[in-house]
Design a protein around this ligand. Structure first.
Ligand code: SF4
Ligand code: SF4
Length: 246
């Protein structure tokens, strides 16, 4: 299974409710010390890694807020196809510069300001290395030159975030482990497979509309068209298909 079928998502939501996973997730989030931030949104510049249970939590929230879902879904899809050729802010950020899913935002967003500068720079080094590997692969396999401003984009370390008690590395690890321990129920029931490991928030939504491989192939086509002409007919066609799905 390489697509997230609605019937599987519904079954997974039922599993999460029967096992009080959403409550457990809320309790996990509650252990994160609240900080004070300027709300400048400079850190909302990518599709963050999100666990399946977190995606279900967000999906359930949006399904209860249908209008918001209808508005966000096309933005999410567009972001997925163009994120490697054009640097844009996270598609969940609204016109007022607020997170549209703030109540249910993923763990990574909640922990952002808690890293020390050294930890942050170390993690950026890994991201940069990964991006450069992706850039080489795109060039060699598809003859696509990813723009350098996208590959080298850096969200600066935030010095404005204030918190009375910064999370330790151990605390952050512990929360990730707790969340991950809930995922096994979904794997055991065949509701997701290992194809979905390491999925970004945006990609989860894309896989409700496209098979993983279909999405990957289409993305290459769209990126090529976009880099050559500044727009992509394939993207516009896909957006029509998305409207039909919503
Ligand atoms: S955490 Fe920092 S970068 Fe992010 S919105 Fe707050 S002040 Fe801005
Ligand atoms: S989900 Fe919300 S908090 Fe997280 S990056 Fe996007 S807009 Fe920012």
């Amino acid at each position: 299974m390489k697509k997230l079928y609605l019937k599987n998502i519904n079954q997974a939501i039922k599993t999460a409710q029967n096992n009080t996973y959403f409550d457990r997730l809320a309790k996990i989030y509650d252990t994160i010390p609240r900080g004070r931030c300027l709300g400048c949104t400079k850190c909302c510049m990518e599709s963050v890694h999100t666990h399946f249970i977190e995606f279900l939590n967000i999906f359930y929230y949006l399904r209860e807020n249908r209008k918001l879902y209808e508005k966000l879904f096309p933005q999410i899809i567009r972001y997925y196809f163009l994120e490697m050729v054009e640097k844009e802010h996270c598609p969940f950020l609204d016109e007022e510069g607020m997170c549209a899913i703030y109540e249910v935002r993923p763990l990574v967003c909640r922990m952002f300001g808690h890293l020390t500068q050294d930890e942050y720079e170390e993690s950026y080094k890994n991201v940069l290395h990964q991006n450069n590997e992706i850039m080489k692969a795109f060039k060699n396999q598809y003859k696509i030159m990813l723009p350098e401003n996208v590959v080298n984009y850096k969200i600066d370390y935030c010095k404005s975030f204030e918190v009375d008690r910064r999370m330790t590395k151990e605390h952050r690890r512990e929360l990730i482990d707790h969340i991950f321990s809930m995922e096994s129920a979904f794997f055991m029931r065949g509701l997701i497979t290992e194809d979905f490991l390491d999925t970004g928030l945006v990609s989860w939504f894309v896989y409700t509309a496209f098979d993983i491989e279909e999405a990957g192939t289409l993305r290459i086509k769209i990126m090529k068209e976009y880099l050559e002409k500044g727009y992509s007919e394939s993207l516009e066609e896909s957006m029509k298909k998305i409207k039909a799905i919503i």
